[in-house]
Design a protein around this ligand. Structure first.
Ligand code: ADP
Ligand code: MG
Length: 620
């Protein structure tokens, strides 16, 4: 919008479709926790004051008409209105139209769909302003942008359209006037307002004044930034309130990290790990993860203070020694920001590790929600990989989520590697024939089924001195680990199948790299394994990516010398018997191994013909 809209100043503007839908929800809501609208409007006022303070560093003149930065709440019992005024940055005509007529953020559609289930997601989606319609049937916004002498009034009754007209306002900032619904008159009561402000907005770093006409306006919040207080002086309720302010969540955070760093750089950190998954966790445009302040002045909310795989961490970092006039563009390559990021990343990972150790139940919940995101760090951030291995949990053949530390503690005697199987589906993977020998020895195997797993596992050196080893790769080195209950395999088995192996190799030619006796099979007759440096699944995954340069190489076909079919075929091979064509059998076994991996058979026609021949023979 903008220029074209500007010419038609008298015609009502239509709300963006999503906004209209959202407004309908608000207007008709029977929302029990209606107080939130006040938190949202105060929060917007505080943001506007923060923005002004930042701009005024370069242009002190902006502060001239009203030096005081504050929010004033004024109920009017006679008119049944509630006004919320701030002396912040204000909005121009275009900004009124754009900011209060559309929802800029992506993922809005998803929100509107979910909002039908309840409004407690409001704050997360930057739709805070529209919550005014929970209690008001008409909303007027008069705003004057700092540095301009024009003012405009935005007005709407929440039903599809809004108007924007020139207006009069003596000083910079914004006044929002709510014409309260009949059932919302409780918000005309000063004590009620005070209670709500105390509950939700006490920490706002600007004074919030109540002007209820009786006496001089009184300040109703503490107005000191929560992070500047000593750690022990902040109560869990205050953390919940502040966490709610910056994240839009209504729950307690799962983890709170509050400390002051001293030394080369001085800064205060107050970060929270949410307990619930934000809807836009995978939105690439997601911003506002951690806010940067310098000496209590808000600077930016996308200063890259933590790596992307910690994007769910919310909070602030307040530097004591960065220059205030640092432009947002300069933050990108600022060495001090880089140093802070490194230190704070370490701190967050250490706190996660502590939590995993001391409060496993809480950690399990955090991991369930954010684990797949944290795991992105395993390939994005080599420098912290070892620390990430300390907190990463994996699904295994024995457990839904296990720490590597606990996996290693449960190693079998003589087990020297951390075994894994990569796959796209845990259920399918756990039924793989390649796992049989491991199960028979009660060896736990990691099931790596997240897409990110295929990237880090190729280059990972190992954990606690134990390398990662795929169960579908190379010869299985299981000889030294005893079977759980079955007797040890007969060594003569090797001799039994020698002739069969020769015959199969000849029949299969270049389709396989080798045919050999398996140590990993106990139930199935055959399976495929990789001989190169890549796991089979990874090889397949990577070969699908065009520029990876990886091609699927010929596999090794392993056969189970204890399997009745292999024993019988061995006899045929030894006796030179002709009851079945060994070439057909070899090809069918290879097809079978492929099917077991979820792959189609290479030559369906040939497969059908061979199958028919073998069945006919069996029936004759
Ligand atoms: P959010 O605060 O998450 O961006 P809101 O719906 O609460 O979403 O507000 C939408 C936008 O309207 C804000 O981003 C801001 O640009 C503008 N806005 C709202 N209230 C004010 C205000 N009091 N002063 C200046 N701008 C405001
Ligand atoms: Mg807001």
């Amino acid at each position: 919008m903008g220029k074209a809209a500007r010419k038609k100043i008298d015609r009502p503007h239509e709300f963006q479709a999503e906004v209209a839908k959202l407004l309908q929800l608000m207007v008709h809501s029977v929302y029990s926790d209606r107080d939130v609208f006040l938190r949202e409007l105060i929060s917007n006022g505080a943001d506007a004051l923060d923005k002004l303070r930042y701009e005024a560093i370069k242009k002190p003149k902006l502060l001239a008409d009203t030096p005081l930065l504050s929010i004033v709440i004024a109920p009017d019992k006679k008119a049944k209105t509630l006004a919320i005024a701030d002396s912040g940055i204000g909005m121009s005509e275009d900004e009124l139209i754009d900011n209060l007529g559309t929802i800029a953020k992506s993922g809005t559609q998803a929100f509107v769909e979910k909002a039908g289930q309840g409004l407690n997601l409001i704050g997360q989606f930057g739709v805070g302003f529209y919550s005014a319609f929970i209690v008001a049937n008409r909303v007027e916004v008069v705003s004057r942008k700092a540095g301009s002498d024009e003012a405009f009034m935005w007005a709407s009754d929440g039903a599809g359209t809004f108007t924007v007209k020139p207006a009069k306002k003596a000083t910079r900032g914004t006044i929002i006037t709510l014409h309260l619904k009949d059932d919302a008159s409780e918000f005309l009561d000063g004590r009620k307002i005070e209670r709500v402000v105390c509950a939700y907005s006490d920490h706002i770093g600007h004074p919030i004044m109540l002007a209820d006409g009786k006496e001089d306006p009184t300040q109703i919040n503490t107005a000191n930034a929560i992070w500047t207080r000593a750690k022990a002086d902040v109560t869990p309720e205050q953390h919940k309130e502040f966490f709610g302010h910056i994240s839009g969540a209504y729950a307690d955070p799962a983890l709170t990290i509050h400390y002051r760093a001293e030394g080369r750089h001085e800064y205060t950190v107050l970060l929270y790990i949410p307990a619930e998954r934000p809807l836009d966790l995978y939105d690439p445009e997601r911003k506002g993860r951690q806010k940067l302040y310098v000496k209590r002045v808000y600077i930016a909310d996308d200063a890259h203070l933590l790596p992307a795989y910690l994007r769910f961490v919310r909070g602030i970092i307040d530097s004591e020694d960065m220059p205030l006039n640092l432009s947002r563009e300069m933050l990108q390559n600022n060495p001090q920001v880089a140093a802070i990021r490194k230190a704070v990343t370490n701190k967050v990972l250490n706190e996660l590790k502590k939590c995993a150790r001391n409060d496993p139940e809480n950690f399990a919940k955090i991991w369930e929600v954010f684990g797949p995101v944290i795991k992105e760090g395993l390939y994005e951030d080599m420098a912290h990989r070892d620390q990430l291995f300390e907190v990463a949990k994996f699904r295994t053949t024995k457990s839904a989520a296990v720490l590597l530390k606990d996996y290693v503690a449960g190693l079998k005697e003589n087990q020297t590697a951390i075994y894994y199987l990569a796959g796209e589906d845990a259920l399918k993977a756990s039924a793989s024939p390649q796992l049989e020998g491991y199960k028979a020895r009660d060896i736990e195997v990691l099931l790596l089924t997240d897409p990110v797993d295929s990237f880090w596992v190729r280059t990972a050196m190992g954990f606690d001195g134990k390398p990662f080893k795929s169960v579908t790769q190379g010869a299985a080195d299981l000889d030294l680990i005893p079977l759980k209950d079955a007797p040890e395999k007969n060594d003569e088995a090797d001799g039994v199948t020698a002739k069969l192996i020769v015959a199969m190799k000849e029949a299969l030619g270049v389709q396989v790299k080798d045919v050999r006796n398996s140590k990993r099979l106990t139930d199935s007759a055959v399976c495929l394994v990789a001989d190169g440096d890549l796991d089979r699944t990874l090889e397949k995954l990577l070969s699908r990516q065009q520029d990876s340069g990886v091609r699927v190489s010929a596999p090794v076909l392993e056969i189970n010398a204890d399997h009745p079919l292999i024993i019988a075929l061995s006899r045929v091979a030894d006796s030179g018997g002709r009851s079945i064509s060994l070439a057909d059998a070899a090809q069918l076994l290879l097809d079978q191994a492929q099917v077991l991996e979820g792959e189609p058979v290479t030559d369906p026609t040939g497969f059908a013909q061979r199958m028919s021949r073998v069945m006919t023979k069996a029936l004759m």
